[in-house]
Design a protein around this ligand. Structure first.
Ligand SMILES: [Zn+2]
Length: 114
């Protein structure tokens, strides 16, 4: 499962950051997940909960913020956000000359440690 390896690397980053700051317990990990990243939030939560046992993140919660897909169309010069997890053409003019600049991210946004 894709989400297990993602949860694993998120956990490693969080643990490293926590230790780097001289902290011992991770309370909350907040991540931003783009809707176009292909990550299922429920599956990621499940994987995180399974992997955090016996780590310093044992009592941590994972908060997921979903980022909508956003892009810019060079045909009509419009910026757009898409309600779906994918974009097939510019919602304004139907052109395929668009670039997505948001929606693929998968980052730790905030880390609450103690
Ligand atoms: Zn357009």
């Amino acid at each position: 499962m894709h989400e297990v390896s993602i949860a694993d690397s998120l956990l490693k980053i969080a643990v490293d950051e926590c230790k780097k700051n001289g902290c011992r317990i991770i309370l909350n990990v907040k991540v931003c997940i783009g809707k176009a990243s292909g990550v299922m939030p429920e599956a990621l939560l499940f994987a995180f909960d399974a992997l955090k046992a016996e780590t310093i993140a044992e009592g941590a919660t994972l908060t997921i913020e979903e980022v909508p897909v956003a892009g810019h169309c060079s045909a009509c010069n419009a910026d757009f956000t898409a309600p779906e997890s994918y974009v097939l053409c510019c919602p304004q003019c139907g052109s395929s000359a668009y670039t997505l600049h948001e929606g693929r991210e998968l980052d730790i946004k905030e880390l609450e440690v103690e």
